[in-house]
Design a binder for this molecule. Structure first.
Ligand code: NAI
Ligand code: ISE
Length: 338
């Protein structure tokens, strides 16, 4: 694709489950300059439903979709284990790709993506760390950048889901859920995780909730509680503690009810509702950049770093010990991007 802004970006979407369906809905209803031309899912019925709703066609395979002349750029929303391979295929086809988090399941696979992009010589990959587009997190980062909190010492994070799939695993909670905070804390503080410890009070069965302590290169500490079967709803919190004050995400706008002698505020049921604005801003920014021939937002390098910390977290959960995190040298392709 050249530097000129293309009329309409023709998108191929791989994976038509919860996230793929929601992304297609967002693209077709709220993202200017993009249209979904092809959908692929291993489940042809789902692919067909989503393609029909978007006015696009079903692609028989991911390879066919990525190579199609009808597709300028690709959204990957298939399961985690497919991500690295699909992103490598997009780089091979020289097409921009927005890949849902995590970039890969292992740091080694994420590094393969980084190496392929570096060999190509230009960014094509954006990782779906959509919290960087959430108005609350953006405001929090602006508050830190303004310096009003003094030196940041601690970041507290809470990440709760109402329920997880029955197939959820201890490592999967780190690689699939905690990975958001592993990226967010590094992005907020413009710093890197150098050590991690993950524990769970549940020793028999699914280790849920989990509590992580992150050590940042700059000396700050972060806590992350992830609880994927918290039952009561979807809840994400973040408070930054500095030497001159604190700043925290405020509750999303809601309604407070008073009935039968009880005052209550509703809690979102899931991420699709809680982060709707973040997904919309993410898709819009990615589309804008791709139409202009570029890529914006979280890089493959960010994806690799998050995978690396997650991998150390998985080792910590298994061993009960603190794990050091040592990244490969950062390629110059990613210099100056935050
Ligand atoms: N950024 C965020 O907040 C969120 C990100 N995600 C990520 O999005 C991805 C999808 O998650 P969900 O939609 O929740 O899962 P899901 O299970 O609802 O949907 C996955 C879809 O992929 C299809 N699929 C499975 N293997 C495939 C293959 N080899 N090729 C093509 N399609 C295949 C399945 O048939 C299913 O329709 C995951 O990587 C997940 O980590 C999920 C939820 C929120
Ligand atoms: O990425 C997501 C899911 O894959 C994950 O399973 C959830 O725990 C997160 O809250 C959600 O944002």
């Amino acid at each position: 694709m050249g530097d000129a802004v293309t009329a309409t970006l023709r998108l191929g979407v791989i994976g038509a489950g919860a996230m793929g369906t929601d992304h297609v809905r967002t693209i077709t209803t709220a993202v200017p300059g993009a249209t979904v031309t092809q959908v692929h899912d291993r489940d042809a019925v789902r692919a067909n439903q989503v393609a029909q709703r978007a006015g696009g066609e079903v692609a028989a395979s991911a390879e066919e979709l990525i190579g199609s002349d009808e597709v300028d750029a690709v959204v990957v929303a298939a399961p985690d284990a497919t991500h690295a391979g699909l992103v490598l295929a997009c780089i091979d086809a020289e097409k921009p790709v927005l890949c849902e988090k995590p970039l890969a399941v292992t740091a080694q696979d994420a590094l393969r993506v980084v190496e392929a992009e570096v060999a190509y010589g230009r960014r094509l990959v954006q990782v779906g760390f959509m919290r960087r587009y959430d108005p609350g997190y953006v405001r929090l980062k602006e508050t830190l950048a303004a310096g009003d909190l003094g030196d940041v010492r601690v970041v507290h994070n809470v990440h709760r889901n109402a329920s997880s799939a029955t197939s959820a695993t201890g490592p999967g909670i780190i690689t699939g859920s905690m990975v958001h905070e592993l990226d967010t804390v590094a992005w907020l503080l413009d710093d890197q995780v150098v050590g991690i410890r993950v524990e769970s009070p549940v020793k028999d069965g699914l280790p849920d909730p989990q509590l992580a302590t992150l050590e940042m290169a700059g000396g700050a500490l972060a806590t992350v509680e992830v609880f994927v079967n918290a039952r009561y709803g979807y809840d994400v919190r973040c408070e930054v503690v500095g030497t001159a004050g604190t700043a925290a995400l405020a509750r999303t706008p809601s309604v407070s009810t008073r009935t039968a002698g009880v005052e209550g505020v509703e809690v979102a049921s899931d991420f699709v509702i809680y982060f709707a604005d973040a997904y919309r801003h993410e898709l819009a920014a990615w589309t804008r950049a791709a139409r202009a021939g570029g890529v914006d937002g979280p890089t493959a390098w960010d994806g690799y770093l998050a995978n690396l910390v997650a991998e150390a977290g998985v080792a910590s959960l298994a061993s009960g010990t603190r794990q050091a995190v040592a990244a490969a040298p950062r390629p110059t392709l990613y210099d100056g991007i935050r």
